[in-house]
Design a binder for this molecule. Structure first.
Ligand code: TEU
Length: 554
């Protein structure tokens, strides 16, 4: 069952169930809807599916606020539906990875409900309670969703910590009973045959126990990669992941290469691989997401170089542009109008030719775009709604400025329903979609893509195949050939038998570049491109690249 390194040549597909496919007319996606699309995923060629949370939840944060880890949210279906999905996926050779959210629980979880207002509850120290200091919050740590990270429990006059929404209370991992509960939860799903786990903000679970004020920032330097985080991960890994041979990917918020070398160490003592987000902050101003600016291309290449060379031989990274928290990459770094197809393919090639395990977020394989909402009322995401209120109503940022920022940065950009066909509601539901569908669904949809051999879909299908056929993609070294070039991202991957080049024009005008001399004479074949190639692709001194052109040469 557990083939030692299956995930090193695999491609994983992320499904956000609420927006994937509604088998009825609820207007939200469900497990039966996913089952109905397994053949589509098999056709794409993905090896595993990562499901974001489907557990019982009040859905304040769309399932990342769990109130019962052992029950499926009836909005998505039943436990029986899940077992059928698991069985049918396995029959197709597709593995299932579940999302485990154990930095915090919903405040509707029975543990929190018992702890609230009762100092003697056996679950009181499952959470983090602090007395007021000078009648106020215990420190100045901020919630990622705006406002302070502490909420008062008036009955006991103590605050509880919530690094996210106040409805998401942080668990106290110092408590061995909490760690045992986590082992029991993961074992329950592993016993069902789940093949792996995505661990939500798992590098936040260890906090500085004196909870100091952060006079330099929002507190995250005291809770990301905290003092006991590796100890906790090794404990869980040894007790569960290694026992079941689960593949694991940790979401590491604001982390470092050194910590990720340890989190994803090849000895398997902690996790299989990590998500880090530094490459997705090149369009932030001074690390602040809630800004609008052009992306820093040179910095993007520097970050890729740092992580690719830093993890090679030491750890394992997830390769991704999109997920349910990030805007659609073709709108963010590509060109979602004139060059949508070309730029979607180029962006895909430029990370799929790196070392790591690629993740495709639902719709990315279609070149789906941001929806370009114009009204606040169109947004549903708690982070976006809270930040609009904080920025506009409290800080006085002009409405128009914040609408432009939301249109670029809101998490709802990637949560619009999957576009299946050009029928009403894009074939996503027979009801009213919970979130407005992008207006371009008549042209951008799976049905149209499957019929068009030049679609983004078949380009991704080819990338997935190449990873299985060309070993240098998995085990080769990494070299940035033109680190200073302000338009071209050209990398070389080498092992003792193969040299692969991936040359990418990240911009919308034709450009030429000169490769290092040692590549001038090699006769190479073009494995994949988003433009027709001349048949003799000698690597001449000059390379002319058309707008958003990508070439993969071996
Ligand atoms: O995300 C972690 C997280 O911090 C992201 O929300 C991201 O940093 C933020 O959106 C950037 O402003 C995970 C889940 O992926 C996310 O959906 C949850 O909201 C969050 O944890 C809390 O569980």
């Amino acid at each position: 069952k557990y083939d030692e390194n299956w995930w090193k040549t695999a491609t994983i597909y992320q499904i956000y169930p609420k927006s994937f496919c509604d088998s009825g007319s609820k207007g939200t996606g469900d497990i039966q809807g996913i089952i109905s699309k397994l053949d589509y995923l098999k056709h794409l060629g993905v090896d595993a599916i990562w499901l974001t949370p489907i557990y019982q939840s009040p859905m304040i944060d769309n399932g990342y606020d769990i109130s019962d880890y052992y029950a499926v949210n009836p909005d998505f279906g039943s436990m029986e539906d899940f077992s059928i999905l698991l069985e049918l996926a396995h029959q197709l050779g597709i593995r299932i990875i579940m999302d485990i959210v154990v930095n915090h629980t919903s405040t509707e979880h029975k543990w929190f409900q018992s702890a609230l207002g009762d100092m003697k509850s056996p679950y009181r120290d499952y959470y983090i309670w602090k007395d007021p200091i000078d009648g106020k919050e215990p420190n100045n740590w901020l919630s990622k969703f705006g406002g302070n990270a502490w909420e008062l429990d008036p009955l006991t006059n103590q605050y509880y910590l919530h690094l996210f929404a106040k409805e998401q209370a942080d668990l106290n991992w110092e408590n061995p009973k909490v760690r045992q509960e986590v082992k029991d939860i993961i074992s329950f799903w592993a016993e069902k045959g789940v093949d792996g786990f995505r661990l939500d903000v798992i590098n936040l679970i260890s906090k500085e126990q004196n909870f100091p004020n952060d006079d330099k920032g929002d507190g995250r330097r005291f809770y990301t990669d905290g003092p006991r985080v590796h100890e906790y991960l090794q404990e869980i890994s040894h007790a569960v992941f290694q026992k079941y041979g689960s593949v694991t990917v940790g979401e590491m918020s604001s982390t470092s290469l050194e910590h990720c070398q340890q989190y994803s160490a090849l000895n398997g003592k902690e996790l299989s691989m990590v998500f880090n987000f530094h490459h997705l902050k090149v369009d932030y101003v001074n690390g602040d997401k809630w800004t609008k600016t052009a992306f820093d291309f040179i910095q993007l290449k520097q970050i890729f170089h740092h992580w690719q060379t830093g993890l090679n031989g030491k750890g394992w990274g997830a390769l991704f542009w999109c997920n349910h928290d990030q805007p659609r990459i073709v709108s963010r770094l590509g060109n979602d109008e004139k060059y949508r197809i070309e730029s979607a393919k180029m962006l895909a090639a430029s990370i799929h030719m790196m070392q790591g395990t690629p993740y495709i977020y639902q719709g990315e394989e279609l070149g789906m775009t941001n929806p370009a909402y114009t009204e606040v009322s169109q947004y549903r995401d708690i982070e976006s709604i809270n930040m609009y209120d904080l920025m506009v109503n409290q800080k006085g940022i002009p409405h128009e400025d914040m609408m432009a920022i939301l249109a670029q940065k809101s998490r709802d950009n990637s949560r619009t329903p999957m576009q299946w066909n050009n029928q009403q509601h894009a074939g996503f539901t027979n009801g009213i979609p919970w979130l407005e569908i992008a207006k371009n669904y008549p042209d951008i949809n799976a049905e149209a893509a499957i019929k068009d051999l030049n679609s983004v879909f078949y380009f991704y299908k080819r990338l997935i195949e190449l990873r299985k056929q060309i070993s240098v993609i998995t085990d080769g070294t990494y070299e940035d050939l033109l680190p200073e070039h302000d338009r071209i991202f050209a990398i070389a991957r080498q092992n003792d038998s193969q040299t692969l080049l991936c040359i990418n024009n990240y911009y919308d005008e034709e450009i030429e570049c000169n490769l290092p001399e040692r590549f001038q004479i090699i006769k190479s074949q073009c494995l994949l491109s988003n433009y027709p190639q001349s048949d003799s692709s000698f690597l001449g001194y000059k390379q002319i690249l058309r707008p958003y052109e990508t070439r993969i040469l071996l």
